[in-house]
Design a protein around this ligand. Structure first.
Ligand SMILES: *[C@@H]1O[C@H](CO)[C@@H](O)[C@H](O)[C@H]1NC(C)=O
Ligand SMILES: *[C@@H]1O[C@H](CO)[C@@H](O)[C@H](O)[C@H]1NC(C)=O
Ligand SMILES: *[C@@H]1O[C@H](CO)[C@@H](O)[C@H](O)[C@H]1NC(C)=O
Ligand SMILES: *[C@@H]1O[C@H](CO)[C@@H](O)[C@H](O)[C@H]1NC(C)=O
Ligand SMILES: *[C@@H]1O[C@H](CO)[C@@H](O)[C@H](O)[C@H]1NC(C)=O
Ligand SMILES: *[C@@H]1O[C@H](CO)[C@@H](O)[C@H](O)[C@H]1NC(C)=O
Ligand SMILES: *[C@@H]1O[C@H](CO)[C@@H](O)[C@H](O)[C@H]1NC(C)=O
Ligand SMILES: *[C@@H]1O[C@H](CO)[C@@H](O)[C@H](O)[C@H]1NC(C)=O
Length: 761
C-alpha cells in the first residue's frame, strides 16, 4: 500500500466519522445517501432507504430496529419512488429537508417556510418521530407525526391542529409492495359531532363510537388509554401506552382492515389484538333506526329500535320506519325508551353535545325539541354530566355485549307506557326521576288494592292475617313479604313512641287487618325540607325544579299513562316522600279513587282531603276530577318555590293565603319576591317566573281554566308562551275554617316501615 492511498483512506474514515457519532441527527452540512441511516438514541427506530418486498424501487422511510421483520412506519416519497440507489436526503440552504436523486429531481421535501437565517437540524426521536427544528431556539418547523403513513403509533395525533391548520390522518399503502397512497383512510370527521371513521375513498366503512372530549378513556384490553382532545389549539385523537416497553401499532392495511398489532419477540411475529370492520362493524349494515346484533361468528341480525318497524317485510336489514299506527310525538305525551349497550348512532347529521348538562336537563332539552329523536347521557368518570342529542336519522347502531352507551329513543305515549309497564326489557337500570316514581307508586297502589280485596275475602271467612303470607302480592317478585307478627315486633306493638306521622281518621291501632307497607324513605317527606329553616337550604333551585318535574310526571302517570285513571285526591307536600337522592315519590294512596274508562270526574258525599290543597269544587260540591289534583299540584308548586305553607298567614296581609299573596305580587310584577330566601345561590329568574305562572294557572277557580298535567309537563319543559292567569281561587283565608285541621289522608310512619290505613269503600 503506497502512502497516497493510505492518506486517502484515512481521510475517508475521518470524513465519515461525524455521521457515526451523532447517529440520530442530520445537520445542514450533512446528507444521507442510500445505504446510510439515522438511528434514534435508544435504538428504537431507523431512518433510511428501503425497498418493499417484491419491489426494486427505493423509498426513504422509518422502521423499527427491534422488530426483526422489517416493518416500515413512515414513508417520505410514497408516490415518487426512486428507480436506483442514488437517492440523497439533505437539508437545503433555506432549511428544508429535501430528497433528490442522481438526476437532481426533487422527490420529496418538508416544504415549510423557515424564518431567519439560522440553519435547521433534523432528529429522529425514539418515538419514531422525525423532527425538523431551528438550530438555535429549537423551534419545531416540521414533524413526521403530522404526516402519518398507515400506522397510528402511540402519541401520533390524528385530527386538526388549529394553529398550523394541518389535518392529520392515516392512509393505507396501495399494496404490500407499494407504499403509494391507497384507497383507505382513517380520519377524524369534524362534520356534526366529531368522530373517527375508516373510509374507502369517501365511503365510510367503519365508524368508531363517538366519545366525549377531554376525558381520557382507559382501554385495558388494548393496553392503552384513548385521548380525545378538543381545545383552542387542536381537536384530535391519540393513544398513550400503559406500558411503554410494548411495541404496538394500529394500522390501516391495503385491504381496508384497521387492526391493532403487537410485536411478540418470542414468536418474532406481529400478533393481532383487535381488527375491524367485521359483521356489525360495517358502517350502516342495518339501515336507519335499526340495531345490528351479532348472532354468531359469521352472522348478524337487524332489529328495529323501539317505536319503529321494518321497512321491508322481512326484518330491519333495510332499515326501519316509525310505526304506521304511532301517535304524534310532538307534545303528545311522548317519552323515551332506553336501549342499553349500544354504539352511539352516527353523529354527522345534527348531533349536539353539551358537557355541562345533567341527565334530567338532557332529557328535557330533547323532549322540548320535536325534531330530537334520541339522546345519550355521557356519564364518564362518575361525573353525571354530558348530553349528546340527535336531531336526524339514527344510523349505524350496533349492540355490544357488556359495554357501550344507553340510547334513549323518543317514542310515542303508547310505546312509552308499554315499555314502562314491562319495566325490564329495553329499559335499563337507573332512570332517576320519572320511572322511579312510577315503578314505586304504581305497584304499591296495585298491591294495596290486591291486599284490600284479599283482606275483604279473608274477613268473610273470619280468617286473620297473623302469621299468613300475603299470597296475592307474593306474585309480585319485587315485593318483600311481611308478617304481621314481625311488624308488631318492629313497631313495638304499635307503641305511640314509634309513630312518625299523625292523621285524623280514626286510630291506627283499630285497623289490625288493614295495612300497607311502604319502602323506607330515608329523607322523609318534602314538607320536612321546604318548611324547615335549616333543611330548606339543602334544596337549591335546580333540585326543587327537578322535584317539581318528578311530581308532575308521577301525577301525569296516574291520570293518563296508567291503564286505570287514578285521581289521587290528597296531594300535599307531606305525601311526597324523598329518597336518598332526593328524588320525589308520591305516597299514601289512602283516599285515591279509580274512575272508569273515559269518565272524567266523580262525586262523593264524604269529602276527604287536606285543607289548603283542596279545590273549590271538591270542598263545596264534593266533585273531584283530575283537575282537582291539578289544583293541589299548583299549591304544592307554589309552596316549593316560596318555602311557605298555603295556610300560613302573612304579616302585611293577615287575611291572604299563599295563593293570594302570590297573586298580589304577580299583579304588581314582583312575583320573584315570593322565592324562598334560602335559595340564596343564583337561580334562573325566567324559569322561576314560569313556575309561578304555571302554579297560578293550576289554582284557577274554574276547573276548565286549569291545565291538564300533560300540559303542565310541556309548559315546564318548553319555552312556549303561557296563558295569563286569572284571579285564582282561595286568595283569602276563611274566617270559619281552621286551616290546621286535617280531615283525612293521615300517615303513620313507624321506624323503617310506614303504615297507613286505606279507606273501605
Ligand atoms: C412476492 O411475490 C411472490 C411471488 O409472486 C408472492 O408469492 C409473495 O406473496 C409476494 N410477497 C408479498 C409480500 O407480496
Ligand atoms: C430511472 O428514472 C429516470 C428518470 O425517470 C430515467 O431516466 C432512467 O432511465 C430510469 N432508470 C431505469 C434503470 O429505469
Ligand atoms: C410547497 O407548498 C406550497 C404552498 O404550501 C405548494 O403550493 C407547493 O406545491 C408545495 N411544493 C411541494 C414540492 O410540495
Ligand atoms: C429548499 O427546499 C424548499 C422546499 O422544496 C424550496 O421551497 C426552497 O426553494 C429550497 N431552497 C433552496 C435554496 O433551494
Ligand atoms: C382504488 O379504487 C379504485 C376505484 O375504485 C380502483 O380502481 C383501484 O383498483 C383501487 N386501488 C387499490 C389499490 O385497491
Ligand atoms: C364527513 O362526513 C360527512 C358525512 O358523511 C361527509 O359528507 C364529509 O365529506 C366528511 N368529511 C370528511 C373530511 O371526510
Ligand atoms: C424505546 O423502546 C423502549 C423499549 O422498547 C421503550 O421502553 C421506550 O419507551 C421507547 N422510547 C420511546 C421514546 O418510545
Ligand atoms: C331543534 O334542534 C335543531 C338542531 O339543534 C335546531 O336546528 C332547531 O332549531 C331546534 N328547534 C327548536 C324548536 O328549538
Amino acid at each position: 500500500m503506497d502512502a497516497e492511498k493510505l492518506v486517502t483512506s484515512m481521510f475517508l474514515i475521518i470524513l465519515s466519522f461525524p455521521l457515526c457519532i451523532s447517529l440520530d441527527t442530520l445537520t445542514s452540512d450533512q446528507s444521507i445517501k442510500d445505504g446510510q441511516s439515522l438511528i434514534s438514541k435508544e435504538n428504537n427506530f431507523t431512518l433510511g432507504f428501503f425497498s418493499p418486498s417484491n419491489s426494486s424501487y427505493r423509498y426513504l422511510g422509518i422502521w423499527y430496529v427491534k422488530v426483526t421483520k422489517q416493518t416500515v412506519v413512515w414513508v417520505a416519497n410514497r408516490n415518487d419512488p426512486i428507480n436506483d440507489s442514488t437517492g440523497v436526503l439533505s437539508i437545503n440552504q433555506s432549511g428544508n429537508l429535501v430528497l433528490r436523486d442522481s438526476h437532481n429531481r426533487l422527490l420529496w421535501s418538508t416544504n415549510v417556510s423557515v424564518q431567519g437565517t439560522t440553519s435547521s437540524v433534523a432528529q429522529l426521536q425514539d418515538s419514531g418521530n422525525l423532527v425538523l427544528v431551528q438550530d438555535n431556539n429549537k423551534m419545531l418547523l416540521w414533524q413526521s407525526f403530522d404526516y402519518p403513513t398507515d400506522p397510528l403509533l402511540p402519541e401520533i395525533k390524528i385530527g386538526l391542529n388549529r394553529i398550523t391548520g394541518v389535518n392529520s390522518f392515516l392512509t393505507s399503502w396501495k399494496s404490500q409492495d407499494d407504499p403509494g397512497i391507497g384507497n383507505y383512510s382513517f380520519k377524524l370527521n369534524l362534520t356534526g359531532f366529531p368522530q373517527l371513521l375508516l373510509y374507502e375513498g369517501s365511503t365510510p366503512h367503519y365508524r368508531a363510537s363517538p366519545r366525549p372530549w377531554n376525558t381520557p378513556v382507559a382501554e385495558p384490553s388494548l393496553g392503552f388509554t384513548s385521548n380525545f382532545v378538543n381545545n383552542e389549539d387542536e381537536i384530535s385523537y391519540f393513544s398513550s401506552l400503559d406500558d411503554p416497553s410494548i411495541i404496538t401499532r394500529c394500522v390501516v392495511d391495503s385491504s381496508g382492515l384497521l387492526q391493532q398489532l403487537t410485536w411478540n419477540d418470542g414468536d418474532r411475529q406481529w400478533k393481532q389484538v383487535w381488527s375491524t370492520p367485521k359483521l356489525c362493524d360495517n358502517y350502516g349494515n342495518c339501515g336507519a333506526y335499526s340495531i345490528c346484533i351479532v348472532d354468531s361468528t359469521t352472522r348478524f341480525a337487524c332489529t328495529c329500535l323501539p317505536g319503529y318497524e321494518p321497512k321491508s317485510l322481512r326484518d330491519g336489514s333495510e332499515g326501519c320506519v316509525r310505526k304506521k299506527l304511532g301517535l304524534s310525538m310532538c307534545g303528545n305525551g311522548e317519552g323515551f325508551v332506553k336501549v342499553a349497550h349500544l354504539k352511539a348512532p352516527d353523529t354527522f347529521d345534527a348531533a349536539w353535545m353539551d358537557m355541562s348538562m345533567s341527565s334530567l336537563e338532557c332529557e328535557l332539552a330533547c323532549l322540548r325539541n320535536c325534531s330530537c329523536t334520541a339522546f345519550i347521557n355521557y356519564n364518564t368518570n362518575g361525573k353525571g354530566f354530558g348530553c349528546l342529542s340527535f336531531y336526524g336519522e339514527l344510523i349505524d347502531i350496533l349492540e355490544f355485549t357488556d359495554y357501550g352507551w344507553d340510547l334513549n329513543v323518543r317514542v310515542d305515549a303508547t310505546e312509552s307506557a308499554k315499555y314502562t309497564r314491562k319495566s325490564k326489557g329495553f329499559l335499563g337500570k337507573k332512570r332517576k326521576l320519572a320511572i322511579t316514581i312510577l315503578s314505586i307508586a304504581v305497584p304499591l297502589f296495585l298491591v294495596s288494592l290486591l291486599a284490600y280485596m284479599w283482606l275483604m275475602k279473608k274477613r268473610k271467612t273470619k280468617d286473620y292475617l297473623e302469621g299468613n303470607e300475603l299470597e296475592d302480592s307474593s306474585r309480585h317478585s319485587d315485593l318483600s313479604i311481611f308478617y304481621l307478627s314481625c311488624i308488631v315486633a318492629a313497631t313495638d306493638n304499635f307503641s305511640p313512641t314509634n309513630k312518625l306521622g299523625q292523621g285524623g281518621f280514626g286510630s291506627v291501632f283499630k285497623e289490625e287487618e288493614k295495612m300497607l307497607i311502604y319502602e323506607y324513605m330515608p329523607n322523609k317527606s318534602l314538607d320536612s325540607f321546604i318548611f324547615d329553616h335549616t333543611r330548606s337550604s339543602l334544596l337549591n333551585w335546580r333540585k326543587r325544579f327537578e322535584i317539581i318535574i318528578g311530581i308532575t310526571r308521577g301525577i301525569l302517570y296516574l291520570h293518563q299513562d296508567s291503564r286505570l285513571r287514578i285521581i289521587y285526591r290528597d296531594l300535599k307536600t307531606s305525601n311526597v316522600l324523598l329518597d336518598g337522592e332526593m328524588n320525589p315519590k308520591i305516597s299514601d294512596f289512602g283516599i285515591a279513587r279509580i274512575i272508569k274508562g273515559d269518565q272524567i270526574q266523580d262525586k262523593t258525599t264524604r269529602v276527604v282531603g287536606t285543607y289548603g290543597y283542596m279545590s273549590p269544587e271538591y270542598v263545596i260540591f264534593g266533585k273531584f276530577s283530575t283537575k282537582s289534583d291539578v289544583f293541589s299540584f299548583g299549591v304544592i308548586l307554589l309552596e316549593i318555590v316560596s318555602g311557605k305553607k298555603n295556610t300560613n298567614s302573612y304579616q302585611n296581609h293577615p287575611s291572604l293565603t299563599l295563593i293570594g299573596h302570590v297573586w298580589e305580587l304577580w299583579r304588581e310584577d314582583r312575583a320573584l319576591d315570593i322565592v324562598d330566601s334560602s335559595i340564596n345561590e343564583s337561580f334562573v329568574s325566567l324559569e322561576v317566573l314560569r313556575c309561578i305562572q304555571i302554579g297560578l294557572l293550576c289554582v284557577q277557580e274554574d276547573a276548565t281554566d286549569r291545565p291538564t298535567m300533560l300540559a303542565v309537563l310541556l309548559m315546564l319543559s318548553s319555552e312556549t308562551t303561557l296563558p295569563s292567569p286569572k284571579q285564582p281561587a282561595f286568595i283569602f283565608r276563611s274566617a270559619t275554617n281552621d286551616f290546621e285541621s286535617i280531615i283525612g289522608g293521615e300517615l303513620y310512619s313507624i321506624n323503617d316501615v310506614t303504615i297507613t290505613k286505606f279507606e273501605g269503600r
